[in-house]
Every structure is written in C-alpha cells, then in structure tokens.
Design a protein around this ligand. Structure first.
Ligand SMILES: [Cu+2]
Length: 510
C-alpha cells in the first residue's frame, strides 16, 4: 500500500519511570499488551503489541553501573496476531501459541536474565519454557554509555513478536558522556527504523506462505520478510521539526530482514560518534551508514544555517541484501527533517575530536580460533533454511569459551545472503573481511583466499555486537568472554533466519 509521506510528526517514546528507586537498586515493571495505535494519520488505527501500552516500548534509561531489576509481564492475548508456523522448532503444538521472553540486545547481563529463547513465559507466568529461571531480571549495566534495545526473543516466534511491536530502546548513560558536551536532552533522539506492510483496513500484514507456497501446511515460515513501508518510532515516514543546530540521533535498524543504507539527500555528512557498543574513539564523517537488522549507529547531524530547508533521510539498500530488489519510491525514503523551529538558545554542543579510548584487542591474545560456517539446507517441505556451522538449535553445544579468554571467530559465509551475526553477552571487534573460494571450501573444506583482507568500514571501528557477514567472505571477529559464565546464544539477526535454526546456544565456562 502507498501511504502519503510526512503526514505525521515523529513520536519520541516516553522515558519509563521506575516503580521504585533507592541508592542501591532501581525496579521497573513492564507490561506487554495488545492495543490499537495510529501508525499513520490517514490510516485506521492498527492493532499492535507493545510494552506499557506503547509501540515502540518506552525508553529505559539507566546509568552505567546502576543495578536495575525489571519484571517483564506478559498480558498478551492467547491467540497470536500473526500466522504461526507450527512446524518450526520451538513453536510446535506442544507449547502455548503466545510466549514471550525479553532480551536486552547488547547488554552485559547474567545468563538467567539474558532472555534465553527457551526461558519464555505466558500470561501470568502460568506456563514457562524449560530454561525459565526467574520472573524478575537483573541488569548490572557494567558497560559504558551506549544505545541498546530490548525486544522479544521467544524460540520460533521472535519474528512475529517483534513485528507485532515488541521492541524498545534501553540507553545506558555515564559520566564521561556528559563531559563530552554532545547535543543532549531534547536534542538527543532515538530513531527505531523498521519496515512493515499494511492491509487496506490498517492492520499489519505478515505472509502466511512464502512466494512458493508449501501446500502441505496451512502456514509456513517465509525465508525473509520485506515490508513495503518504512516506519520510524512507529510512524510511517514521519517528519521531525528541528532547530538550526546540532542533534544527536541514535539509529537502530529494528526490521526483521531489511537492511538500510542511510544517507541525507542534502549530501551532508553524518558525524558518527557511536557503534553498537557505545562511543568510538574518534568521530567519523560519513556519507552513508549501512545498518543490518539490530545494528546501531549514533550520529550527529548539523542543521546549522539550514533554516527553512527540508532534508530527507534516504535508504538505498536492496532487500534482501545484497542481491534482492532495489528500493522503490516508497522504501527509499525513511523520514524528513524540517528546519523550521527557531533556535531556542545558542548551540554550544560540540562534535568532540576524541570520545573514549578503544584499545584494539591483540590477535595474539586469542587462545582459541573457531571456524564457523554460515550455510543453507533444505527441509522436508523443500524449504531452504540457514544454519550456523551446519548445526541445528538442538544439537549439542559446541561453542564453549572459557571465562576471561579471548577468541577469534571466522564466520565463513557460503550462502548468498549477508547475515547479521549477533553474539549475546559480549562486545567484539571486527578484524577484517576477506574473499575466499566458496567452491573449493565446499569440496575440500579448505580456505583459499582470493583477495586481500579488507579492514572494517570506518563506521564499524568500535565495539560491535552485530556484524554483517557477507557472502563469499570470511568475516573475522575477536572478543573476550565474560564477565559472566552460563548459557547464551549467538545467531543471525534476520529474524526469519533466527526463528528457523540460524541460532545456536553457547556457554561460557569457568
Ligand atoms: Cu541470516
């Protein structure tokens, strides 16, 4: 459906108020429910799922080191908003249809509070998954200032739960950040970018079958979901009125499958100051930023001297990436900035020359190297599905790093898609990407490089928790495991892949 652009103003999710807070702890309660919300001024209100009656959920804002407890409460209906494929592992008929479990993406958190996909729970905690451990999650927030986000992570239905609206921002702030004199307060705005498709009546559409339908089953998972409409913070192609000054934006791609290559139509530079895991060492001025699902970038955009101008944020990433359809008139537009507000006070904020030290992890410090392929397979219905190292979710755990040890993972992509690979618990650094001979690898399991290694893009040089692993390339990442032991997961963040076997448990052992 084609909806008129720039009809609605950009909503900014409210900051969640704690239930109580003392000098030691902060406690929040967050209710998940179904409700109607207007996603476009000329469209009927849409039934969505959200946290605290809001899609996106309210922003949780905490201080680095603050000990935060959250009770995530499922108050959703028993029937799912979207068609469930019961053939997908974890979503068979032996479990309740609506299950939730919340993961704070990028959080350094104890295993029992990480939102393990099989730690799901239903309304009133009546039924819980085999790995459910506690009702109230604990977050120690032991990282620097960064832009995290929380979203659902239930095994087999994450794609449907997140698409229904279960996502919100989780921001960690710190003292250092305040000393940087960045644009702050109302000039610091999170932008959750997503694609969706609407039915004529304003309801959300999610397909029941892939393009090539599977006749044996009523509902089948699809290999990827590509929406035809772009939303930011839950509104279709919104506009934002800005002052002629600097703003800080926290960009998040919260789509199921779609990648975004973000640019400004004014040709202006985006001054990137942060990656997934917080500030970079130095800002980089870039013309465009590529964001795969779950990746974040913090940027400063300077609207100084642009009074009266309209500036569009655009996208030109094909979907699926990289070999899918090019964007169209609709999907090439993200949102609009209108420099129409008067300057309310002199802009004394800065783009700092230096933010924080990012010590490069030394390759020599790695005690273990793992070679992990990203590959595809065919199920009994003739559907293609993706795997990590040729293993399904249920196969015995193979990735078992030791607490405090450093490892290098070779992500060997022999599929034709770019997969955004995400590891829970830790931040990593991208070492490089390098072309290799896929055919030779498939035949002989030998890595034969066909080109020089490429260092990460300027906008990826910082702490990351999600990395694009491109086809025909080996992407190398390096990380130190800790500070917790226990079960976590690593997976592709294309939610349709994650839900269908492109996810593996991993364990940090003592
Ligand atoms: Cu994938």
């Amino acid at each position: 459906m084609k909806l008129e652009k720039f009809v609605d103003e950009l909503p900014i999710p409210p900051i969640l108020k704690p239930r109580w807070k003392n000098q030691f702890y902060t406690y929040y309660e967050v209710n998940m429910s179904e409700f109607k919300q207007s996603l476009h001024g000329k469209l009927h209100a849409t039934t969505v799922w959200g946290y605290e009656g809001s899609y996106p959920g309210p922003t949780i804002e905490v201080e680095s080191g603050e000990i935060v407890f959250v009770k995530w409460i499922n108050n959703l209906p028993d029937k799912h908003l979207f068609p469930v494929d019961y053939t997908v592992h974890g979503a068979h008929r032996d479990v309740p249809e609506v299950r939730t479990v919340v993961h704070v993406h990028g959080a350094c958190v104890e295993s029992e509070s990480d939102g393990y996909p099989e730690a799901w729970f239903t309304k009133g905690f009546k039924q819980v998954g085999p790995y459910f451990r506690k009702q109230i999650y604990r977050y120690d927030n032991c990282t620097h200032a960064c832009t995290l986000w929380y979203h659902d992570h239930s095994l087999g239905i994450t794609r449907l739960n997140v698409y229904a609206g279960l996502a919100g921002f989780f921001l960690i702030r710190d003292h250092r950040e305040r000393l940087l004199n960045l644009p702050s307060g109302k000039y610091d705005i999170p932008l959750m970018i997503q694609d969706k498709t609407f039915n004529q009546d304003g309801s959300l559409y999610y397909p029941k079958q892939p393009e090539k339908p599977v006749p044996e089953i009523e509902t089948s998972i699809i290999p990827e979901f590509i929406g035809d409409t772009i939303l930011v913070n839950g509104k279709v192609h919104p506009y934002l009125k800005v002052e002629p000054r600097k703003y800080r934006f926290r960009l998040l791609n919260a789509s199921n499958t779609r990648f975004f290559r973000i640019k400004l139509d004014s040709g202006q530079l985006l001054y990137q100051i942060g990656t997934d895991g917080g500030f970079m060492q130095h800002p980089v001025g870039v013309k465009e930023i590529m964001l795969s699902p779950a990746e974040r970038a913090e940027v400063i955009i300077d609207f100084t001297n642009l009074e009266g101008k309209n500036i569009m944020m655009t996208n030109d990433a094909p979907a699926p990436f990289p070999t899918g359809d090019p964007v169209n008139e609709n999907t090439s537009t993200v949102m609009q900035f209108r420099v129409t507000l008067p300057l309310s006070s002199v802009d004394t904020s800065v783009i700092p020359a230096y933010m924080i030290p990012i010590p490069q992890i030394n390759e020599q410090s790695a005690s273990r190297v793992r070679y992990l392929s990203l590959n595809d397979n065919m199920d009994r219905y003739g559907r293609e599905f993706m795997l990590l190292d040729n293993k399904q979710w249920d196969a015995p755990i193979t990735e078992n790093p030791k607490l405090g040890s450093t490892e290098i993972w070779y992500l060997i992509n022999i599929t034709t898609d770019t997969h955004p690979i995400h590891l829970h618990l830790i931040n990593f650094q991208i070492i490089d990407r390098r072309d290799f001979d896929v055919e030779k690898y498939n035949k002989e399991k030998i890595i034969h490089y066909t080109a020089q290694a490429i260092p990460p893009e300027p906008y990826e040089r910082g702490w990351k928790d999600t990395v694009r692993a491109n086809p025909n390339q080996i992407t190398r990442i390096i990380m130190k495991f800790g500070p917790y032991t226990g079960m976590y997961v690593w997976h592709c963040h294309i939610l349709e892949h994650e839900d269908y076997e492109m996810m593996r448990p991993y364990i940090v052992i003592r």
